[in-house]
Write a protein that binds this ligand. Structure first.
Ligand SMILES: [Zn+2]
Length: 154
């Protein structure tokens, strides 16, 4: 991929969440390091604008520093919980405690939800950062991560 061309393309998707939700997610992913953490984002979606109201951790059954797989029963329970709350599944988050910043080759190959946002936490020199992506047909596109206490009305 041509990095310069990629960087000059504006993001078409965005995900909004509150600073409190982001801080809670960071506390969770950092508490599990050096293992990868993972979970689901609940909220709603208006075309390519995603709003996440909650980040729900799911156990990484691989307990690996470089891979994640959600515990299937817990994942299903979380899907059900999201649905019964009247929300939609809008994204998947996971962490890269030892990098890389963006999606790994495995993440791209195993991105089964082109309609969702992938939030990826990465850690470098003890500092965590979070970025958002769409992964569709093996193409990675960064999405805008919007932090706000005033989520748009549904
Ligand atoms: Zn990954």
């Amino acid at each position: 991929m041509d990095e310069l061309t990629h960087a000059s393309v504006p993001a078409f998707s965005s995900i909004s969440l509150t600073p409190d939700n982001l801080a809670a997610m960071q506390a969770h992913v950092s508490s599990l390091a050096p293992q990868e953490a993972c979970g689901l984002l609940a909220g709603w979606q208006v075309s390519d604008r995603f709003i996440a109201v909650e980040a729900i951790p799911v156990t990484n059954i691989l307990h690996s520093p470089v891979r994640y797989k959600m515990e299937p029963h817990e994942q299903l329970e979380t899907f059900n919980r999201i649905e019964s709350a009247g929300w939609e599944l809008v994204g998947i988050f996971h962490s890269h405690p030892a990098g890389p910043v963006g999606p790994s080759a495995t993440d791209i190959a195993e991105a089964y939800y082109p309609g969702l946002i992938y939030l990826i936490w990465s850690c470098s020199a003890s500092r965590w950062s979070c970025r958002a992506y769409r992964i569709r047909s093996n193409e990675v596109e960064e999405a805008d991560l919007i932090l706000t206490d005033h989520l748009p009305p549904r």
